[in-house]
Design a protein around this ligand. Structure first.
Ligand code: ATP
Ligand code: MG
Length: 219
């Protein structure tokens, strides 16, 4: 479903990633690990097509980095959800609106928006926080809002860049269990992290180890 073929993506003279090759299938749960600067975020940004390779090719379903046109990128991003370390919620919108916003933008019908938003908020365990504002929520709850927002359009893959970076160990495990549940419903998950304690929590996870821009080991 996702493939990298001989991908190089550099920043000026500095190597971001070099000659990266892998494929990810629809049911996969992948941990992307490695020290700071190894290239984990670069890989996620290439999948989101927020960056493009200088050499090689990235493909996600039928979207291909070498042929995609600018007006097609929003269609790719409907299929790819993304969450970050710092949640990135809109502070002046409540939980409902944070999750519903991308559906308004994509012209979903009002009833469908309401149904989808309530469904995902229940799925992430926030059915009782619908009209709270981000500042009224714990870090773990805010990250679950971000997850709800990322999955509301039923993406084929959910990307998570250091998603537990601002969470304590207990809440981090709750988040990883939630990602596991989402994966079991058929969404591929890719978690970039240096929190190695998370890895054994997903027994079937694949591990991509990175060092200095290269994927050095895939299991
Ligand atoms: N926009 C940019 N401009 C210049 N260099 C960059 C840029 N983004 C990343 N790099 C460089 O590319 C390399 C890989 O960076 P990347 O952010 O992918 O690492 P990472 O594994 O996500 O690190 P961290 O664990 O700190 O998040 C690093 O050497 C980094 O300095
Ligand atoms: Mg990073």
């Amino acid at each position: 479903m996702i493939s990298f073929i001989n991908v190089d993506c550099t920043f000026g003279k500095k190597a971001g990633i070099k000659n990266v090759n892998f494929t990810i299938n629809s049911g996969d749960f992948v941990f992307l690990t490695g020290p700071s600067g190894a290239g984990k975020s670069t890989i996620l940004r290439l999948i989101y097509m927020d960056l493009f390779p200088e050499k090689g090719k990235v493909s996600i379903r039928n979207f291909d980095s070498s042929t995609i046109r600018n007006h097609e990128i929003p269609f790719l991003r409907r299929r790819v959800g993304m969450i970050f370390q710092d949640f990135n919620l809109l502070q002046d919108r409540d939980v409902y609106e944070n999750v519903a916003l991308s559906l308004y933008v994509s012209h979903y019908k009002t009833r469908e928006i309401k149904n989808r938003v309530y469904e995902v908020l229940n799925q992430v365990g926030l059915g009782h926080r619908v009209h709270f504002y981000p500042s009224e929520l714990s870090g773990g709850e805010q990250q679950r809002v971000a997850v709800a927002r990322a999955i509301v359009k039923e993406p084929v893959v959910l990307l998570a860049d250091e998603p537990t970076g601002n969470l304590d160990p207990r809440v981090s495990l709750e988040l990883i269990n939630l990602l596991n549940k989402i994966n079991q419903r058929g969404t591929a998950i890719i978690v970039a992290t240096h929190n190695y304690a998370l890895i054994p929590r997903i027994p079937n996870a694949r591990l991509f180890q990175m060092e200095e821009g290269e994927v050095t080991k895939i299991t």
